[in-house]
Ligand binder design. Structure first.
Ligand SMILES: Nc1nc2c(ncn2[C@@H]2O[C@H](COP(=O)(O)OP(=O)(O)OP(=O)(O)O)[C@@H](O)[C@H]2O)c(=O)[nH]1
Ligand SMILES: [Mg+2]
Length: 457
């Protein structure tokens, strides 16, 4: 998403930073460029106008022009305004004391409701909740099966209505809440039917479900790829049905992203979640400040660390393993685990986007190359268990066999061996820095953290 916008804004900033002093006309020129960049990203016209006016006012008013680092200060002002535009403080999903809590999802056809329902259930379960998914989309026959398949994959139960209410969305929702009570589930997530356009039928059905189950939260799913349209649709929903918050879906797409930037300002409704892919784990709580930093190419190290610790926790890296690795006793099996973790974090390019100053593009080509990671994996798979555990035995003959087995060359294998030795050495040095015998403790300290053997240089 935002790649183009991020590039454009960063080049405006580079121009500002290179100047020792800024004049009012420098600021005006920068504002013109920012305005164009936002309009090209499909941000609502009025929103752009207000945004640049506010930035200009702060920049001129805050004595920025007389400061020693005017460029930096303008960037800070843009960051603050962008954060504000995206909602300011994060608006987290707050569950009430009511059991079960009912969350209803609404939105146009194909916006991502059904997948978002499953992703949300997955996220809430990670937080210790016991969700029940309710398939109240009775219009499209495959919709119920789709939710059921997702539920099966995640091992989260799905309610599809009793035989008598299968064609009645309101009845499915109502009996779903009852089923949740019987089954001691504490959150009910109701998936509803979408339509191609905002129409009376859809609104009437959504209103009827709302009246029947009195949801604690109605979340509207908005497809970020649909640009300005998404904002108009969200406004119509806000007016006709009213809802509590937004889920922006498909933020991983390459559309211009303007909808995500305008929708909060235009509808007044907070973005609560961002969906960045098709995987169940791709739904994230939305943090306006982090998103603003990503757009401005400042990276999002907090999200990166969170992803790393989640990936590590899922792999249940044991204390012993962590301690052993920290002492430099690192094997090719550990290397494989790290690759797996990295994939869970969204792969190299996703990680790169979260790193400050990287914004994706500036990474060395080799480090960006996912195919290199695949090749590494293939080489390790071609090693015997003994070789993986004791890499020192891998002599020239074995290297030739491994290269042939993995469809690579001896040069590739040698390169990996070298990289592996360097990683081992680096880990030993890090342990050394932590102070000899304390290595074990340092290892434990790494638990839940990132133990990727790759460096980004
Ligand atoms: N890349 C990407 N694809 C997504 C995302 N969210 C949903 N999709 C895809 O978008 C398509 C539509 O998603 P659904 O969840 O079925 O949409 P829906 O709103 O339930 O659609 P209807 O039931 O027809 O109204 C599916 O192919 C999803 O996999 C996302 O964040 N990123
Ligand atoms: Mg659906």
């Amino acid at each position: 998403m935002f790649d183009n916008l991020a590039d454009r804004l960063q080049s405006v900033f580079a121009g500002l930073k290179s100047k020792g002093r800024l004049s009012e006309s420098d600021v005006d020129a920068a504002m013109r460029q920012i305005r164009l960049a936002l309009l090209e990203a499909d941000v609502n016209f009025q929103v752009v106008k207000d945004f640049t006016a506010r930035v200009r006012e702060s920049a001129i008013g805050a004595d920025v022009l007389n400061s020693l680092t005017p460029g930096q200060q303008v960037i800070k002002i843009v960051l603050d305004e962008l954060t504000r535009l995206l909602g300011g403080a994060p608006s987290k999903l707050v569950l009430s004391n009511r059991i079960p809590n009912v969350i209803m999802l609404v939105g146009l056809q194909g916006s991502g409701k059904t997948t978002a329902a499953a992703k949300l259930a997955f996220l809430l379960r990670k937080k210790g909740k016991k969700p029940l998914l309710v398939a109240a989309d009775v219009h499209r026959p495959a919709a119920v099966d789709q939710l059921e398949a997702l539920g099966r994959e995640l091992q989260i139960p799905v309610w599809r209505g009793s035989a008598s209410d299968a064609a009645d969305a309101v009845a499915v929702a109502r009996t779903g809440v009852r089923a949740a009570i019987d089954d001691m589930r504490d959150v009910v997530i109701v998936d509803t039917a979408g339509r191609l356009h905002v129409d009376e039928d859809m609104m009437a059905e959504a209103a009827a479900i709302k009246a029947a189950v009195k949801p604690d939260q109605i979340l509207m799913v908005v497809d970020a790829m649909t640009g300005q349209d998404a904002v108009n649709v969200a406004s119509a929903f806000a007016e006709k049905l009213d809802f509590d918050g937004l889920i922006m879906s498909k933020l991983d797409g390459d559309a211009r992203g303007g909808a995500a930037l305008s929708v909060r300002e235009v509808t007044g409704k907070p973005i609560k979640f961002a969906s960045m892919g098709e995987k169940p784990s791709s739904l994230e709580e939305f943090y306006p400040d982090r998103m603003a930093k990503r757009i401005l190419g400042m990276g999002d190290v907090v999200s990166l660390i969170e992803r790393a610790s989640e990936a590590a926790l899922e792999d249940e890296l044991s204390d012993e393993d962590a301690a052993r690795m920290a002492q430099g006793k690192f094997t090719f099996d550990d290397f494989l685990t790290s690759i797996k973790q990295m994939r869970k974090m969204g792969g190299l390019s996703a990680i790169a986007k979260l790193l400050p100053g990287m914004g994706g593009q500036q990474l060395p080509v080799e480090a960006m190359d996912e195919s290199m990671v695949n090749r590494t994996e293939a080489i390790i798979f071609s090693m015997t268990p003994g070789e993986r555990a004791h890499p020192r035995i891998i002599n020239g003959q074995r290297r030739a066999r491994i290269a042939a087995g993995s469809g690579t060359t001896v040069v590739d294998v040698n390169r990996l061996m070298k990289q592996f030795e360097q990683t081992q050495k680096m880990m030993r040095q890090m342990t050394g820095m932590a102070g000899g015998k304390k290595g074990k403790k340092a290892g434990r300290g790494k638990r839940g953290g990132n133990n990727l053997p790759f460096s980004f240089q």
